[in-house]
Design a protein around this ligand. Sequence first.
Ligand code: SF4
Ligand code: MSK
Length: 632
Amino acid sequence: MIMYMDPESLKKEVERRALDKTDQEIVEKALVEGVETAWDRLEKQQPQCGFGQLGLCCNRCVMGPCRIDPFGGEPKRGVCGATADLIAARNLLDDLMVGAAAHSDHGREVLEVLMETAEGKGQGYQILDEEKLNLVAGEYDIDVKGKKKEAIARELALAMLEEFGTLKNKIQLVERAPEKTKEMWAKAGIVPRSVDREIVEAAHRIHMGVGADYINILLHALRTSLSDGWGGSMMATEASDILFGTPVPVEALANLGVLKKDEVNIVLHGHNPILSEMIVQASYDADLKKSAKKKGAKGINLVGMCCTGNELLMRHGIPLAGNELDQELAIATGAVETMVIDYQCIFPSITETAKCYHTKVISTSEKSKVPGATHIEFKPETALDSAKEIIRQAIENYPNRDANRVKIPAGPVKMVAGFSEETIRKALGGTYKPLIDAIVAGSIRGAVGIVGCNNPKIKQDYGHIMLGKELIKRDILVVETGCAAIASGKAGLLLPEAAEMAGEGLKAVCKALGVPPVLHMGSCVDCSRILMLAANIAKELNVGIEDLPLGGAAPEWYSQKAVSIGAYFVASGVYTVLGLPPKVFGSVNVLDLLANKLDGVVNAAFAVEPDPVKAADLLEAVIEKKRKGLGI
Ligand code: SF4
Ligand code: MSK
């Protein structure tokens, strides 16, 4: 553990790690108290393996591990004969497939809860959005007339669960894409056939000796990503909306300042809202409130972290403590009684961090157990009971808090979230015409989806915030999900007043509508909402998504899920700029395909640009090119 004794170095290190002032306060506290965080672990990993970074390391079979000389010398092939191109392409498909699996398995779990709710077995669950239930059921040719909502939900859950199988060979929600985009996919041979099929086939294709053509492997990567974006993730979003309600604009607070000095603080961290929704319900329980008071607390304070946080924010206005790199910082405030984890993006060492304080980590998914955590397994039939038990344990832990070690930064920032595709469309009068008119008139040049994570290789939130500010200044509307959206919340960009930072055209539109220039559209799986926004605009114009003045960016991405998201953006025709390089730079051919040749297949490509201003230049240039293509 590095100790920063001299104040100058400490200040420098704190400012190098995080952009947000409240985060900086706790980064400093963690450094002073010697609490290890991801930044320290990154430092201990230096120098990171160059072969790994270039994608030239293969550990796929026991003839290996193998590595290829990046300078063209020997070895040029692995023991099996695989080249740099094949190894890099297979590694990329491996990452992407894992990301697609994570999103899609999350979707499947929400559908299973929808099913159990429809059958009256889910404890505490209700079907809250009947309008969406009926609309989506219609897409699956389910006759809704005269049927109870539970009966419709059961049929729909079954039909959607079938999308995961291998017999149908067709994902219904892919039909939501514009005709031209679907034709583009058909021509490229990347129409996804089913969620599980593409993922399992990806796993098959990366086995030793299954194909040596990197192009063929990368085309399947695109198809797998589409089965996530237009399949698993989209179903996760739709089923969550049906169960818990489609988000509408909601005011809330963000940053570590949402933790409370005199209340029982419970941080809900991960991705899947199915248990945390029940924790929200349980937190209204009068008996639990009473027991919190008995223990000396004024109340129960639920706060969100990462995408479970985004889900709860979007539907209930639950305050957000932060994004990925805040998970350890939240504990380091010394004020967290319980961190409840479901899955994805949870540091495996989170229980080690918790040991430095009184915090209790409670795991809830059979898939995601962590040594040192208390496991209270989530099951839909007993969801509310489990939720109450979790809160009870947090209350019990309150007296163990050491007031002398508590530091909660002051001043949470206000934000507005809840911009689902439906909400945006309804706010515009049921059609995208006003937005299209503003784009045609040039007051809005186009839109960019900024998504993805934090990564300790980049100052926390710096990439998101600098790029967001740069784009809105250029009259480019920004829509966000995941940790990018949380970063913007902390920085005050999710407020209507932030329109003052936008160019004249975008500012006027935001002011007229009373909306922020950066719209929070939800969690990572809700990147599907961005796809729907693009698809519905394209359909009104009778063009493909690939023709629209749009862009995507993942300035601080780290996860395999982000690989899948980036790929389905590109496969859907959206040019996407990454702030950190994917592990493919050891293959000139793979790089060339991703950065240049894909353009001829899906009318979009990847770029890598860590500098936010230069990234904005790249995105603006593509937006202007697409405007020209549309004759505007
Ligand atoms: Fe080496 Fe080939 Fe095995 Fe990879 S699959 S570890 S390159 S022998
Ligand atoms: S939580 S995938 S760190 S956005 Fe969705 Fe954040 Fe990335 Fe996880």
